[in-house]
Design a protein around this ligand. Structure first.
Ligand code: HEC
Ligand code: HEC
Length: 272
């Protein structure tokens, strides 16, 4: 052969070097400090969805303490895993859209960064403000005992986190629907009083260890039944295809592996 040519090994090495640099950059970008906007998004999502169980400052209520040092090499992965998939057999629901929850990958990223920011002080927690939109007064349904207007406030404080502000359903079932039953009020009331054992739906009545009085529950029942028949609920947001931080490494590993196989094939082939 007269013409000097680049040895295939060199091409392979160059490819490897480029890939290493690319993957390091992508790992470093996740290790970077979160932006202020990201932390604020996390704080807002936390106040709306998590404070009810984990406390406004992450110090724990029904849920465990989250404001702590996470003894793990990649704490983000552990926190993310718990949020995405929930903790089966506990009241901790799965929040990711691929597990039927309400949150996008991007929103979960923001939550993970916000929670981990507590390790180093972080930004101060927002007060949990139940998303209670003022609405026109609701006319009580004749045969239902409670006051739906008071029920609306109690609902926003206790139930919207799982059932959605308009009963459209999130981790909890859809409540804005028809209740085919002769006494729908009794049926709904019993579920609220007793909860659904083995599901995240807690028992709410004082007799069952919950925080609500019988009057509270009657008011909430009146509010829930005011949604009959089905009110049009917003369509759920389309799931995003963004790659979350937990998946970066996997994607990079697959990329590197496939390039290595191709490079190996080229080298082996050109040796002959
Ligand atoms: C209905 C109550 C409830 C809600 C709402 C809730 N959690 Fe939890 N969460 C729990 C409980 C209970 C546990 C502990 C489960 C266990 O380990 O038995 C937990 C565990 C966790 C863990 C794992 C803690 C660890 O030490 O590994 C994380 C992280 C977490 N929750 C984050 C969140 C985030 C973020 C939200 C809001 C998007 C949220 N949780 C909403 C009840 C809740
Ligand atoms: C931590 C999440 C969570 C919270 C908070 C919560 N629920 Fe639920 N709820 C659920 C889940 C999950 C189900 C579905 C249980 C099942 O059947 O598996 C449910 C079921 C129900 C049902 C029965 C629905 C049906 O189709 O039979 C009613 C009624 C209900 N919830 C009312 C309430 C009310 C009222 C509140 C507030 C006082 C509340 N829930 C708070 C999670 C929750």
């Amino acid at each position: 052969m007269s013409r000097p040519r680049v040895h295939p090994h060199r091409i392979g090495l160059a490819l490897l070097a480029i890939l290493t640099i690319l993957s390091l950059r992508s790992i470093l970008s996740w290790a970077q400090e979160p932006t202020q906007e990201e932390l604020e998004l996390g704080a807002r999502l936390y106040a709306e969805n998590c404070a009810v169980c984990h406390g406004p400052d992450g110090k724990g209520r029904v849920g465990v303490t989250l404001a702590k040092d996470w003894p793990s090499i990649r704490p983000g992965l552990r926190v993310r895993e718990a949020i995405e998939n929930g903790i089966p057999g506990s009241p901790m629901p799965a929040w990711s859209q691929k597990k039927g929850g309400p949150l996008t990958d991007e929103e979960i990223d923001a939550l993970v960064r916000y929670i981990l920011s507590w390790e180093t002080g972080g930004i101060p927690p927002l007060a949990p403000t139940p998303t209670f939109t003022p609405r026109p007064p609701i006319t009580p349904i004749p045969e239902v005992a409670g006051d739906p207007n008071r029920g609306a406030i109690l609902y926003a404080e206790n139930c919207a986190v799982c059932h959605g502000p308009s009963g459209e359903g999130r981790v909890g079932a859809t409540l804005a629907r028809a209740w085919p039953s002769i006494r729908p009020d009794l049926r709904v009331k019993t579920v609220i009083e007793e909860g659904v054992p083995g599901s995240p739906m807690p028992a709410w009545s004082r007799e069952n260890g919950g925080p609500l009085t019988e009057q509270d529950i009657d008011d909430i029942v009146a509010f829930i039944l005011s949604w009959q028949p089905l009110t049009p609920s917003e369509a759920p947001a389309a799931p995003t295809l963004a790659i979350g931080p937990g998946q970066h490494i996997e994607v990079i590993a697959i990329l590197i592996a496939s390039i290595l196989i191709i490079a190996g094939g080229v080298m082996w082939y050109s040796r002959r």
